[in-house]
Design a protein. Sequence first.
Length: 275
Amino acid sequence: MKKILIMGLPGSGKTYLAQALKKYLETNGTRKDYGESFTGFNAQVNWFNADEVRKKYNDWDFSNEGRIRQSLRMAQFALEAGGDYVICDFVAPLVEMRNNFKADWTIWMDTIDAGRYDDTNKAFVPPTLYDFRVPEKDCEKWAEFIGNHIIEDRRRPTFDWQKETVQMLGRWQPWHEGHRALFERAIAKTGQVVIQIRDCQGWQGSNPFAIEQVKFNIKRDLDPLFQGQYEIQVVPNITNITYGRDVGYKIEQETFDKTITDISATKIREKMGLT
């Protein structure tokens, strides 16, 4: 299931695009993408509108706390929806709200300079991380454009959870060429890798990048070449890995030449003025 967030100011056209995109994905995103045995079945697309969700819970609190609560609620709805795709359209003015949702695809409706509510205009932080920026209210046109990209992405190789897989665990603050070299060694072993991000933002003051920024940096480097061959997971701040008897997997250290080992995330952060 892929989560699609359509965000933007009130009146920017989020709901109209959500309706058009839902219809396009249902009509064109058939399950034949997953194997000939499914040919002819339309993709299942669920859609949640923020106003409808607020109405369901009778929660019209637009304070920062209320907005965060709404984002967590929308994220939970999306997580439990199932199907092939789930679309959620809501303003999501705060960066924390977008991080809570953890979208696979983020669509920013950048069609107006201001909405009808002054408090929302003041709270709204334009996104810097998004997959599509929609500059006009031509929903049919953009539904087709975005839908084609999303469907094509589903046709790429898919991660096989039962296939032998290499694990990479780290902070990736930030992801750099040394990490890319390690990834290439890892992918050569089994053909797929799970990249785990330790959830330690702010820990010891040396982790300035938020989880979503870390994900973005990794995807920017690895896509589209390795799409479908890796998964990104957020895990607790793991500091020890313990095992007992031989349990069927290896713990290996890779060695590189000086050009790679001299790459330092600390020095990169210093150059960026982040430490």
